[in-house]
Ligand binder design. Structure first.
Ligand code: GDP
Ligand code: IMO
Ligand code: MG
Length: 421
């Protein structure tokens, strides 16, 4: 039996989609376990170039089940569009399933997200994620199981709408009409009912049968609602333990945790980002958005904030997740840099810190940098870590030392096969 959990180790967009796609051929089940269509997971393989938002990045493997898990918030209209776009590219979605306990993200969640952001937000993706999780906690959401029982569905809609409308009134947004909501839900039911499954039964059956299960995290620990840079975070727990929490199986059954890091740092949205740099070299790395691996948000198209590799951050998220292996993506993007900086620690008001401080203190820290020489040669054709230029190997080893991790995968290009191991 093998249960693997793959999570982001920095601020999101580390290359999780590529890694899941790379690992998927050995998997029987891939489960997206939190988040919603705020995700943009880029997959580039023989089928084409894809930016996946809700559909697990294992969907390209015909024999593998792709499950949108219990911990997610799912906008059915976005999902239906995504299914269509994948099928238009000639990829079957027959094995795409949705947990009956996944939350349904409604249009008004998205509307409220946008309205709140207008009042001075944190730079969300405006996909309604935070609002949907808030209404989940208020116990005023529908779940996919509700679509399968029309009587129960109508009862819940009648129960929830007065509360929801009272929120909409505060924001002077149009109130919801009961019949209209029922109609939309029944349409979603007709289109999605055959994909709704009992996740508990499926996961435990697969665990008993010694099948390979891969849990796909969205975003990263620095954007975790509890452990990240609150309030500049998402509204779920993008950490390894949450795969077990939402998966409904014992945490001790996780066999391997893989963290994914970029060889530098990037972030979208507001909040502290200690190693953010306006060095001209990052504009070259960012590109102009023409290439699928240019540094623009896969969901929102926003230009990503870029900076040097921040070892204290990855060390902190390793303490949270316990990486058995680290995948270091986008090493090739540093191929042309003659000098590369690594942040090895921070000072705050002149004193060196030994841990990650509060969010407002993190805004004020001064990074301590170490400079390493660049390797100044192309790595894109290299498939073994041992064959990488010595200076690239030195960079990798230094990151391992500083973060207490073992780097087992090195991304040297955006496609599935561009990987050194
Ligand atoms: P995710 O959200 O963690 O799945 O990451 P994104 O897909 O949002 O962002 C990662 C970006 O890096 C995408 O544009 C990928 O195509 C690209 N990428 C991933 N790994 C590599 C790599 O090793 N080299 C290069 N050049 N690009 C990569
Ligand atoms: P993947 O899975 C990068 C950021 C937003 C904002 C914060 C909260 O591709 O790594 P939300 O819409 O979740 O309420 O926004 O989180 N954010 C992401 N940043 N990659 C993502 O997903 C993100 N999903 C949300 O920019 O700062
Ligand atoms: Mg992304």
């Amino acid at each position: 039996m093998s249960v693997t959990v793959l999570v982001g180790s920095q601020w999101g967009d580390e290359g999780k989609g590529k890694m899941i796609d790379y690992l998927a051929p050995d998997m029987d089940l891939v489960v997206r376990f939190q988040g919603g269509d705020n995700a943009g997971h880029t997959v580039i393989n023989d089928n084409g170039v894809f930016k996946l938002h809700l559909i697990p990045s294992g969907v390209f493997e015909e024999d593998c089940i792709s499950l949108i898990g219990t911990g997610t918030v799912v906008n059915p209209s976005v999902l239906l569009e995504e299914i269509q776009s994948i099928e238009d590219a000639g990829v079957s979605t027959d094995n795409l399933k949705i947990s009956s306990r996944a939350q349904i993200l409604m249009p008004f969640h998205q509307e409220l997200d946008a309205l709140m952001e207008e009042q001075g937000g944190i730079g969300t993706t405006k996909r309604g994620i935070g609002i949907c999780y808030a209404f989940k906690d208020l116990r005023k959401n529908l779940r996919f199981e509700d679509l399968l029982d029309e009587e129960e569905l109508v009862k819940k809609i009648k129960e929830f709408l007065p509360v929801i409308n009272s929120f909409l009134r505060v924001y002077e947004a149009p109130e919801l009409d009961e019949d209209e909501v029922i109609k939309i839900c029944l349409d979603w039911r007709d289109k999605l009912k055959d994909r709704i499954v009992n996740q508990h039964e499926l996961i435990h059956d697969y665990i008993k049968k010694d099948k390979n299960i891969l849990f796909e995290g969205q975003l990263a620990a620095m954007k975790d609602i509890d452990l990240g840079i609150y309030p500049y975070v998402t509204s779920s727990n993008p950490i390894a333990a949450y795969a077990a929490v939402s998966g409904g199986f014992p945490a001790k059954d996780i066999d391997e945790v893989i963290g994914v890091a970029k060889a530098f740092s990037s972030a979208v949205g507001a909040g502290p980002f200690p190693t953010e740099s306006d060095d001209e070299q990052f504009n070259i790395i960012r590109g102009d958005g023409q290439n699928p691996d240019d540094e623009f948000g896969a969901r929102t198209g926003r230009s990503r904030r870029l900076g040097w590799f921040d070892a204290p951050i990855v060390k902190y998220t390793n303490e949270i997740n316990g990486y058995d292996a680290l995948a270091l993506c986008k090493l090739d993007k540093l191929d042309e840099l003659d000098k590369i900086k690594i942040c090895t620690g921070y000072t705050l008001d002149g004193k060196e810190l030994s841990t990650i401080p509060t969010t407002s203190e993190l805004e004020r820290v001064e990074p301590i940098y170490e400079e390493m020489p660049g390797w100044l040669e192309s790595t894109t054709k290299i498939r073994s870590i041992e064959d990488l230029p010595q200076k690239a190997q030195d960079y990798i080893r230094r990151i391992e030392e500083l973060t207490d991790t073992k780097i087992k995968y090195v991304g040297v290009g955006p496609s599935r096969d561009e990987m050194a191991t």
